[in-house]
Design a binder for this molecule. Structure first.
Ligand SMILES: C[S@@+](CC[C@H](N)C(=O)[O-])C[C@H]1O[C@@H](n2cnc3c(N)ncnc32)[C@H](O)[C@@H]1O
Length: 444
């Protein structure tokens, strides 16, 4: 931006002048045109120049990501980064390039790639307006403060009616079953509702702290986000089933599975992290879970042909992910989801999902992440389904759930997504896979 820009009234390009356009568009010098003739700027052009520069600066971080994504500076080695930002700002967000010559031609050459990158960015951030790209972190934390306190009743130890009575005795007003997400959003003070989607979930205002509550410390209630209750609910094994929880610690979904199974059947729970396994052991005991074999083991090393797992019909797979959907995270943390890290995570997620599908008696599997990234969600599901040919299919996950998978491939709307803004939950993704009747037994 340190170039000696000056303004001129008419729109014609002229060698040797560095004019900025009328109406906020950019005029740029012909490369190699020699030193500019200095033209005294008219006041209205100074205002437009100022507006262009300050708007470019306002969008600087978005523009940097667009330049990176489209690899513009790698493709155009002579293009200075600051000039690139102004050009791209004007091309995509301004009034359209009004400059002539080589810069305009350069920007137009990359237009399709830049526009595609902008479209992808909007899909990733689930926004439709350019403005909304400016401070996604702010938008997320504002939405996060609206996420209610969800309380899952642990039916291994108590029932919904008893918990409602308990809270009423503690001075909370019970407002019945919610009819809409708006009702959840409007909750305040010492009031609570029964959730509209999940039968054993109570909903309190977001500031409600129940960590010291007797029902929590005794394992009668579990403080678990609504989205995180979806995987076990949608896996829905009948009592007596054999189920694997592949990446299980700290075990909220495992104890939910045990509640759905009424402690009848068998859960094989694995986690690679010894500390998390120790915590999980304590929490499962507190929740009254029996019939669960917990192993500190890399799930990828578990042998699907071991006769021990010959009756496993259901698998819950909630692998490590970027966590970009977790709304309690600090604003800077999203930056850690570099392309490299995402690629590594997605590679692991594909391997672990494919491994899970190789259990011979498997009928139904739920894959979930608390990530917003398509790379860890729809893309993983698509790649593994392709790998397995016609052996497994994606089935509609909770058809009445309002927020669906991104349109990444045909059928991806069968997946569901959750977000603070749309479903008043953490950001989350769920896919439900079922074995096809005539399906092949091994991946292609
Ligand atoms: C998202 S967390 C699981 C949360 C858990 N499902 C719950 O609801 O409480 C992912 C877990 O996967 C575990 N993990 C990562 N790689 C693994 C592997 N190869 N085998 C088993 N567990 C793994 C991590 O240690 C972590 O505890």
């Amino acid at each position: 931006m340190s170039s000696p820009w000056s303004c001129r009234k008419n729109h014609r390009s002229a060698r040797g002048v560095y004019p900025l356009s009328l109406a906020g568009g950019l005029w740029a010098p012909e490369p190699g045109a020699g030193p500019p003739a200095l033209i005294a700027p008219a006041p209205q052009h100074v205002r437009r120049l100022y507006a262009l520069v300050s708007e470019t600066l306002r969008y600087a971080s978005v523009l940097e990501k667009l330049l990176d994504g489209a690899a513009l500076l790698q493709a155009e080695k002579k293009l200075a980064p600051q000039l690139a930002k102004v050009l791209v700002y004007d091309l995509l967000f301004g009034k359209g390039l009004k400059c002539g010559g080589r810069w305009k031609a350069l920007a137009r050459r990359h237009r399709a790639r830049l526009e595609a990158e902008l479209a992808r960015m909007k899909v990733r951030h689930r926004v439709s307006r350019n403005e909304d790209l400016l401070a996604p972190e702010k938008a997320v934390s504002a939405a996060a403060s609206q996420v209610p306190r969800y309380v899952r009743v642990n039916t291994l130890k108590t029932c919904v009616d008893d918990v409602i009575d308990f809270f009423k005795r503690q001075g909370y007003a019970y407002l019945g079953k919610a009819a809409s997400v708006e009702e959840l959003k409007a909750l305040s003070g010492k009031k609570f509702l029964l959730d509209l989607h999940l039968p054993e979930l109570l909903v309190f205002p977001s500031q409600t702290d129940l960590h010291d509550n007797l029902l929590y410390t005794s394992g009668h209630i579990i403080l678990q986000d609504k989205a995180s209750c979806l995987p076990a609910f949608l896996l829905g094994p009948v009592a007596g089933s054999h189920v694997i929880d592949a990446c299980a610690a700290p075990g909220n979904k495992t104890s939910h599975l045990a509640a759905i199974l009424k402690n009848k059947g068998q859960i094989f729970a694995f986690d690679v992290d010894p500390k998390r396994v120790a915590t999980m052991n304590t929490l499962l005991t507190r929740a009254g879970v029996t019939g669960c074999q917990l192993a500190q083991q890399d799930f990828l090393t578990v042998d699907p042909r071991d006769p021990k797992y010959s009756r496993v019909t259901h698998i819950l797979l909630d692998p490590s992910c970027s966590g970009s959907g977790m709304v309690t995270r600090g604003p800077g943390e999203e930056a850690a989801s570099s392309a490299e890290r995402l690629q590594a995570l997605a590679g692991f997620q594909r391997r672990v999902l494919s491994h899970a599908l190789s259990f011979p008696a498997l009928q139904r599997l739920v894959y979930s992440t608390c990530s917003l990234h398509q790379e860890e969600n729809e893309d993983v599901v698509q790649a593994v389904l392709q790998e397995w040919g016609s052996a497994f299919r994606l089935v509609p996950a909770f058809p009445s759930w309002p927020c669906r998978g991104l349109t990444a491939f045909s059928g991806s709307e069968n997946c569901l997504r959750a977000s603070p803004a749309e479903t008043l939950t953490h950001g989350f993704f769920v896919a439900v896979l079922e074995r096809c009747k005539e399906g092949a037994a091994a991946p292609r």
